[in-house]
Design a protein around this ligand. Structure first.
Ligand code: SAM
Length: 292
């Protein structure tokens, strides 16, 4: 096996060799602890028949662990300066493809179709750039890519919100958006010291396992998410107040909204944070019959 890229000494050597300066605006905090990388990779449960998609390979610290444990890795990297470095550091691996693209703009469906024809399962594994954590995860899920799951490093505070349960202060529209598609678990809390440079916030690794079938039936997904966002617009307000002030013509439609709450068996004086995903689904289906 080759020497790990992610030891502090080797990382420094590589950065020096190429005169690489970190760009804060691209969320560049590289991992310099091979044990953490091994753990992240293990949580992904890859096999020699698995495909792996990575977002932001940096200098290849995680990429090489994925290359060793899966059939094929495709990694999206936005920073052109990293391409020659990756070509060098990943030269021992012939199952890695680097795509120089912003992952938020790439046609991931097409790339999956072309690159992962003969894999048994597909995982996204990444140490995400923190300035775009949420848009990346939402995009991967809302596009219904053929994924088994997602294992990613992100800000601990975002990890807490993603995996939050009803009745907690972290629970909100992000928890519901992610848990609608997946089972969400925080699998590791990670100290700042394993990064170069160290980020200002604490980090965690989450594992999202896609549901085999939707856990709730919603008539219109976009409207369901609109209702959940509206319900948390002002956390201290009741669900009724939030819905009437946030939904289109909410004030005029107060009687209808009250009726929808009644049919869904939800007390209008409750707060959004007390509603389960099942209750939000019932409610949004009732409200959708007013708005469709
Ligand atoms: N995987 C490496 C590691 O763990 O050491 C680097 C992780 S670093 C937190 C995030 C990486 O994502 C950087 O290499 C950065 O250039 C890249 N990146 C930032 N925004 C991106 C985007 N929109 N699309 C693709 N890559 C992006």
């Amino acid at each position: 096996m080759h020497k790990d890229i992610a030891t502090p000494v080797r990382t420094k050597e590589i950065l020096q060799k190429y005169g690489f300066a970190f760009k804060k605006s691209l969320g560049q905090n590289f991992l310099i602890d091979p044990n953490i990388l091994k753990n992240i990779t293990e949580h992904a449960g890859l096999s020699k028949d698995s495909g792996a998609i990575e977002i932001g390979p940096g200098i290849g610290a995680l990429t090489e662990h994925l290359a060793r444990t899966s059939k094929k890795v495709v990694a999206f990297e936005i920073d052109q300066r990293l391409l020659p470095i990756l070509e060098d550091t990943l030269s021992p691996y012939n199952n890695v493809k680097i795509i120089h693209q912003d992952v938020l703009k790439a046609d991931i469906h097409q790339i999956v179709e072309e690159e992962f024809k003969d894999v048994n399962d597909l995982m996204v594994v990444a140490n995400l750039p923190y300035y775009v954590t949420t848009p990346i995860i939402i995009r991967l899920l809302s596009e219904y890519l053929p994924l088994r799951g997602i294992v990613v490093m992100l800000q601990k505070e975002v990890a807490d919100r993603i995996s939050a349960k009803p009745g907690t202060k972290e629970y909100g529209s992000l928890s519901i958006a992610i848990q609608y598609y997946t089972k969400a678990e925080t699998v590791m809390v990670v100290p700042k010291t394993v990064f170069m440079p160290q980020p200002n916030v604490d980090s965690a690794v989450i594992r999202l396992t896609l549901h085999d079938k939707p856990i709730v039936e919603v008539d219109n997904e976009e409207f369901f998410f609109q209702v959940t966002r509206a319900s948390f617009a002002q956390r201290r307000k009741t669900i009724l107040n939030n819905l009437t002030s946030q939904l289109p013509n909410g004030k005029e439609l107060k009687t209808e909204i009250l009726k929808a709450l009644d049919i869904a068996n939800i007390d209008p004086t409750r707060r959004g944070e007390t509603l389960s995903i099942e209750e939000f689904a019932l409610l949004s289906n009732q409200l959708f019959s007013i708005y469709k």
